[in-house]
Design a protein around this ligand. Structure first.
Ligand SMILES: NC(=O)c1ccc[n+]([C@@H]2O[C@H](COP(=O)([O-])OP(=O)(O)OC[C@H]3O[C@@H](n4cnc5c(N)ncnc54)[C@H](OP(=O)(O)O)[C@@H]3O)[C@@H](O)[C@H]2O)c1
Length: 285
């Protein structure tokens, strides 16, 4: 098999993905921004940055496939377009990119007013126009995002958001995203120019989630719906950037309208066993 360059290996999805390549050292190369003895011992690594085209040229010299993700940020479009430009220059065969579910423009879907949706749309279209073969992996809301509520759950036995308490969301576990990415990367020719929405195997409301967490912590934990203004005020105190707060409210509005409810798990996409929310027990302690 031809070598794969993995970008984002230190992040949530990437760190799960590279575990699946453990023992297949010759197959993957990791692009890292900083040296890591632990990763260098286990994998071939190269130092580079999506902002530095020369480092990308060097990293991609002997690879045919790239796995691409980076953190959501106002620089994401510039950074990932850099990678696509260099990949085109070097005749890279295929890019597997993590995008997001529900970001295609649709006036009925409040997700699409978010910056994150706009950025992903722009990069997805740029990749498509590059004529490099691609696969888009488009996850729903991560189960692990709920870690952001841990402090208030522990201190106040409550967690707060603007989502309607009964609105269902098919949250996905990051290991399922990594498993799908692995499946695509090792069967790359079966996934040319395909796009996969990826969700968990069940849709849960924030009230359902509060019940799971109550069992986990052996105490009653409640989900409390607050107004957009209340959440904004709270998040601003925590120094969260304004664009991120605005996007979070946009996504929550979409979930309240049922836009995150559809189920399309790795079972449907790749016939792999999906991860249920009950495996998150222990996560909130
Ligand atoms: N959270 C959700 O619910 C959700 C849902 C759907 C889609 N997504 C999408 O998932 C993606 C994020 O995935 P994740 O959560 O696994 O990522 P993450 O944990 O934020 O990790 C980001 C990775 O990208 C690397 N990176 C960032 N900037 C870089 C640069 N300039 N050059 C090279 N590498 C760089 C980071 O490396 P360092 O260690 O050097 O920083 C890290 O390995 C985003 O595009 C997001 O929109 C998220």
């Amino acid at each position: 098999m031809e070598k794969i360059l993995i970008i984002g290996a230190t992040g949530k999805i990437g760190s799960e993905l590279i575990k699946l390549f453990d023992g297949q050292k010759q197959l993957v190369k990791l692009l890292l921004r900083a040296n890591s003895k632990e990763l260098c011992d286990k994998y071939e690594t190269v130092i580079g940055d999506l902002s530095d085209k020369e480092s990308l040229r060097n990293a991609m010299l002997d690879v045919k496939t790239v796995f691409l993700l980076s953190s959501p940020s106002p620089e994401q479009v510039y950074l990932q377009k850099n990678l696509i430009d260099v990949a085109k220059e070097l005749n890279i065969n295929h890019i597997v990119r993590v995008s997001a579910m529900g970001i295609e423009y649709d006036s009925n879907n409040p997700f699409t007013i978010t910056s994150i949706a706009r950025w992903h749309n722009e990069i997805d279209k740029y990749l498509e126009a590059s004529k490099i073969k691609f696969t888009l992996i488009k996850p729903n809301y991560f189960m692990q995002n709920l870690g952001g509520f841990r402090n208030s759950i522990q201190e106040e036995s409550c967690f707060y958001a603007t989502i309607t308490p009964s609105a269902k969301v098919s949250l996905v576990h990051i290991t399922d995203i990594a498993r799908l990415a692995y499946h695509v990367l090792i069967n790359i020719n079966d996934h040319i120019n395909k796009s996969y929405d990826i969700t968990g195997p069940e849709a849960l409301s924030f009230s359902d989630i509060a019940k799971y967490i109550s069992i986990d912590l052996n105490k009653t934990v409640n989900y409390v719906q607050v107004s957009e203004q209340e959440l904004k005020t709270q998040l601003s105190k925590d120094n969260i950037p304004e664009w991120f707060i605005k996007d979070m409210l946009g996504f929550f509005k979409g979930y309240s309208a049922g836009c995150g409810e559809r189920i399309n798990s790795i079972q449907q996409v790749a016939n792999l066993k999906p991860t249920y929310f009950n495996t998150m027990l222990g996560f909130f302690k």
